[in-house]
Design a protein around this ligand. Structure first.
Ligand code: HAM
Length: 425
């Protein structure tokens, strides 16, 4: 058992075989779907100036206040590890001269960092795959983004999700929403939990998000937030819903869905899955407006936590070994001359696209056969000095337990049929 010093930090994990096969499946399925919708990949740095996040997500956002890994570097600059992908992508769009210069359909896959209390489904280093579709308010663009997300979940093999949809309204609606919520909640202040009493002063909308039963009961007596919004905001939400119905994508309108980041306006949504327990959000997204040095950048996007996607996938019985890609063949050698010729064969087969392995440390034939078993190959190609002298190979079928002698042209002719196809790729 490894000592504590060899373990990764709390809330962080090594991603390694055999589970890594599931990660590859998710990433490959995602790239395929992103291409279908015309999205291109962007990889922004993990480390950014702290202001990139605090300005975009809002100084008051819990992620900014409590969860960022922030430090001063040797040059005295305030830097943070990215807690999410949107802020960095929009900084990139601004740096590149605006969406007109680069096209505005971008996706990303990579690690994010939040210093939260670790628990099932909540990590300090976790991985998101997400998209940002840059462009001004458009119910069709929002609906397309949700449709893309559902397509992606189906391509990965996840069923049984619920989409919760709501609106944050227009930025101009905020004072009226705030006033309406304060008016409804203030008379019941004492019945709210301690956190919500603070939220009532600082950010009343967050009271809607509280998981405590007593607060939820109070929230249930309030009119939906849309009641405090402009007609334009309400119409926008109805239009998004209508388009989703048209695309045959079922959603649940959830008037208490808030989302914890301040850049949102209009449409917000979350996707939940029963297998996830307390941390049941598989994905979250919405339409936003983020300042790019004095110029507003509008867009819509979402991000899904890959760890949570894998939890949902595994809850349906999917296992990593279903996606494993064992080598197609193993070369077993006996004798010094054959060893060298077999090294050439190994190279020839690999260059023809056939994955294969061979012991390179001069072990016994028995040990080489054990290695072939461990590698899970379906066939072994055995050539010792004796076979070399006769210009032949022994081809062993590991499943059938049969073997035959064949010459090089026949071996090379058969090799392409050994390529392995993996389900879901
Ligand atoms: P978010 O809701 O903060 O949104 O995160 C999106 C997803 O990341 C969550 O639904 C969850 O699956 C995963 N996630 C978040 N925190 C953790 C954690 N500590 N451990 C494991 N998984 C986690 C955003 O990040 C927005 N940038 C989404 C977005 C993109 N909105 C518009 N564009």
């Amino acid at each position: 058992m490894a000592t504590g010093n060899l373990q990764p930090l709390q809330g962080m994990a090594d991603l390694a075989p055999p589970e890594i096969a599931l990660w590859h499946h998710v990433e490959e399925a995602s790239r395929r779907v992103f291409r279908l919708y015309g999205f291109e990949e962007v990889r922004t740095p993990i480390l950014e100036r702290t202001a990139v996040f605090s300005r975009a997500l809002g100084e008051g956002a819990e992620v900014v206040q409590k969860e960022m890994y922030t430090f001063e570097d040797r040059g005295g600059r305030q830097l943070s590890m990215r807690p999410e992908g949107t802020a960095g992508v929009i900084r990139y769009v601004g740096a590149a001269g605006g969406p007109e210069q680069i096209g505005g359909r971008l996706y990303y896959i990579g690690p994010m960092f939040r210093c939260e209390r670790p628990q099932a489904g909540r990590k300090r280093q976790f991985h998101q795959l997400g998209v940002e579709s840059i462009g001004g308010p458009s119910p069709a663009a929002d609906a397309e983004c949700i449709a893309l997300q559902m397509h992606l979940l189906a391509a990965i093999g996840i069923e049984g999700c619920t989409i919760h949809l709501n609106t944050r309204g227009l930025p101009e609606d905020r004072p009226a929403v705030r006033a309406g919520l304060v008016e409804g909640l203030a008379p019941h202040r004492e019945a709210l939990c301690e956190d919500c009493r603070r939220r009532l002063e600082e950010h009343p909308l967050r009271v809607l998000d509280c998981k405590k039963e007593s607060c939820r009961a109070l929230v249930g007596t309030l009119p939906p937030v849309t009641a405090f919004m402009s007609e334009a905001s309400r119409t926008y939400l109805v239009e998004v819903e209508r388009l989703l119905v048209k695309m045959e994508i079922p959603v649940v309108v959830n008037p208490t869905l808030v989302r914890g980041l301040d850049y949102y306006m209009h449409t917000v949504w979350e996707v939940t899955h029963d297998a996830l327990g307390a941390q049941d959000a598989l994905a979250g997204g919405g339409r936003y407006r983020i300042d790019m040095e004095g110029r507003a950048c509008d867009g819509v996007g979402f991000a899904m936590g890959i760890e949570r996607l894998l939890m949902a996938l595994q809850s349906t019985g999917v296992r990593a070994d279903q996606f494993a890609q064992p080598l197609a063949a193993w070369i077993v050698t006996a004798g010094a001359s054959a060893a060298e010729e077999n090294l050439l064969l190994l190279q020839t087969l690999r260059q023809r696209g056939v994955s294969c392995g061979m012991d390179l440390s001069g072990r016994s034939v028995k040990a080489q056969m054990r290695a072939a078993h461990r590698a899970g190959v379906s066939r072994v190609i055995l050539r010792g000095d004796d076979e070399l002298a006769r210009g032949l190979f022994v081809l062993k079928d590991m499943q059938a337990g049969t073997q035959e002698e064949i010459a090089l042209p026949e071996l090379l002719a058969r090799a392409p049929s050994w390529m392995i196809t993996v389900p879901g790729t």
